[in-house]
Design a protein around this ligand. Structure first.
Ligand code: MN
Length: 358
């Protein structure tokens, strides 16, 4: 595996490439052109400039998270083919610049959803948290207002004010889209982009829906083993792959994470490793990566990745806000650096215990 950190670009991220370079074992970043909206073209010049900036710091771009998919593609509405043509052009430009991994998601209207961005834990750290009760009590059109005040002056991807201003329109767009229709539209999209992915060996890695169930009555499909395997079989090409996000699939305690990893052998191209602490099945918060701080057995998750021969980029996912840091919620330096060091430690121990036969 290749240890990476997500980086939002020098204009938007509070964390610098120089800081990332000093985390032991981190060799690359997962990044994006932050100002692009779904459906926008990423030009080769823009991608090249980003690459040069990253490489000047001694790091590599190991993948893009995300090239976002437009609502027209997700809903199969009239601009779908035009947006797919633009997406293919983005992939071609990324491929020409040597980028071989693209993470994306297929969630309607809202990207990942949390109901609190700064829940205080017993140790004084603050974390992202979710309760179903809070979602059920909320008017979806107020969702943005309810969290906008907590973003520490940053704008979180998927929650851009311009997008949230259109939330009513977006709900209207999805009113006839059920799980089956959304799945069909996803397959249509993947089949259309597979030729360019094959040409440039670009691995597409779909991020699961978070939380892994329907919110506000919207369809959600990338939520469990059955559905993700169905997608792998529907477009049976290695370039149609998975971002295995333990913190997203893990929102549903019925998902057996190590078992899912094993069942996706050969198709996991990117891994997000994160721990959650559950107060109840519908009330959870993001914990430190360490197993004992949360509910998941992180050793078993990393071991499953090791055992399937996972060799793609991995990153510590959201971290807690600690030591007084002010940053985009979930994306500070300190706790993600601790997470990277911990995952590296687990990996080294697993690798050595298996290769030395201890
Ligand atoms: Mn994730």
């Amino acid at each position: 595996m290749k240890m990476t950190l997500r980086w939002y670009g020098s204009k938007h991220d509070t964390v610098t490439l120089e800081q990332i370079r000093q985390i032991p074992g981190v060799t690359g970043v997962i990044t994006m052109l932050y100002d692009k909206q779904p459906g926008d073209l990423w030009t080769r010049e823009e991608i090249h400039a980003l690459k040069e900036e990253v490489e000047a710091s001694g790091l590599k771009i190991e993948g893009i998270e995300s090239v976002n998919v437009s609502d027209a593609i997700k809903t199969g509405s009239k601009d779908r083919d035009k947006d797919i043509a633009t997406y293919i052009e983005c992939l071609r430009n990324l491929g020409e610049e040597g980028i071989r991994l693209v993470c994306y998601n297929f969630m309607p209207v809202f990207d990942w959803t949390r109901t609190e961005l700064a829940r205080k834990r017993a140790d004084g750290s603050t974390v992202l948290a979710y309760t179903q009760e809070a979602v059920d009590a909320l008017d979806p059109e107020k969702m943005f207002d309810s969290i906008a005040g907590d973003m520490n002056g940053t704008v979180m991807p998927g929650w851009e004010p311009e997008r949230m201003a259109k939330v009513k329109e977006l709900f209207e767009l999805y009113k006839d889209i059920d799980n089956e229709k959304l799945f069909e539209n996803l397959v249509y999209f993947l089949k259309a982009i597979m030729p360019v992915c094959n040409e440039y060996d670009i691995k597409m890695a779909i991020h699961p829906d978070d939380p892994a169930w329907s919110v506000f009555g919207l369809p959600r499909i990338i939520i469990n083993k059955e559905n993700i395997l169905r997608l792998m079989n529907a477009v049976d090409d290695v370039h149609n792959g998975v971002t295995f996000c333990s913190g997203s699939y893990g929102t549903n305690l019925n998902n057996d994470l190590p078992d899912m990893i094993r069942s996706l052998k050969g198709r996991i191209h990117f891994a997000h490793v994160r721990n959650l602490y559950f107060h109840s099945p519908t009330n959870f918060e993001e914990a430190a990566h360490l197993s004992s701080d949360g509910t998941f057995d992180m050793y078993e998750i990393v071991k499953a990745l090791y055992e399937i021969g996972f060799d793609g980029p991995i990153r510590p996912d959201h971290g807690r806000m600690i030591w007084g840091e002010v940053a985009m919620p979930g994306y500070g330096l300190y706790d993600r650096a601790l997470g990277a060091a911990y995952i590296n430690g687990l990996w080294e121990a697993i690798e050595k215990s298996q290769t030395r036969g201890l």
